[in-house]
Design a protein around this ligand. Sequence first.
Ligand SMILES: NC(=O)c1ccc[n+]([C@@H]2O[C@H](COP(=O)([O-])OP(=O)(O)OC[C@H]3O[C@@H](n4cnc5c(N)ncnc54)[C@H](OP(=O)(O)O)[C@@H]3O)[C@@H](O)[C@H]2O)c1
Length: 271
Amino acid sequence: MTVAAHRTVVPDEHHSAAVDYEPISVDGKTVVVVGGTSGIGRAITLALAIEGANVVPTSRTEERVAATAAAARERGAAALEHTCDVTDRDSLDALADAAVERFGTVDAVVNSPGAIARASVADVTDDEWARVLDVQLTGVHRTVQTFLDRADLESVVNVASLSSALGIEDLAAYSAAKGGIDGYTHAAAKDLGPDVRVNAVRPGFVATPQTADAYAEGSHRYERIVERASIGRIGRPADIAGAVVYLLSPAASYVTGETITVDGGFTPSAF
Ligand SMILES: NC(=O)c1ccc[n+]([C@@H]2O[C@H](COP(=O)([O-])OP(=O)(O)OC[C@H]3O[C@@H](n4cnc5c(N)ncnc54)[C@H](OP(=O)(O)O)[C@@H]3O)[C@@H](O)[C@H]2O)c1
């Protein structure tokens, strides 16, 4: 290639890249948020509602589902109320059928179901281990399979955790499950691409009903989080939502198998 020809090609490529930019938007998408009725999942549901998506916030408890759906409607979204239990395939089938019937299809699923056992490797019981893995890992897989079968899924976002990368005491089963989410996110991105993108967000320490005791203001853990995080405070559920909106949007159409950490700078901070 001559220098002159090279000069002709490069500006054209730049020009076409600028024209092809896709926005950070979920307007008109239908998104099911599993575990979307409390804490991080609820904040994700409401952010998606504000950004113009149709939302299906779901979990086991009818009152929580109804309250979150009402909050989404207050923010201008169409919202379907439907419970589910990720440990029960029939309930996931019923959820998917109801969502497809209401909205025509489901474009994306966000997996944010919570289950925790505060027990060390030495003490965790088989029942605690099985419960946490069933909700946090197998439940996510069941959900993905269910929606693959019933909808034209484009995108999945799983809620991961720092506990897969950093040792946190008394979280043996939880950390194992979240390590599984990291591997599952990579495997699913490979298996389901190019049609379905699969990504994760990895929150830092976020104040939610699940963590109310562990990170109570003034506690040892709270002080450690505030001291180490470069942003200097504990996370809020809404802090996590923007990364999910981005990952579900056309702006992220070349992003899959990736995890975005949102931890206020906790992980990359030494002292
Ligand atoms: N908070 C943090 O610091 C933090 C950090 C990293 C990662 N995470 C992860 O973020 C996700 C959300 O946690 P959170 O702190 O927001 O907890 P949360 O406020 O307790 O919310 C958990 C949600 O999961 C639902 N849920 C529980 N069991 C379920 C099941 N079997 N089937 C369907 N839904 C179920 C709950 O509703 P029902 O009780 O009505 O079912 C609720 O909506 C979890 O995966 C958690 O591990 C949290």
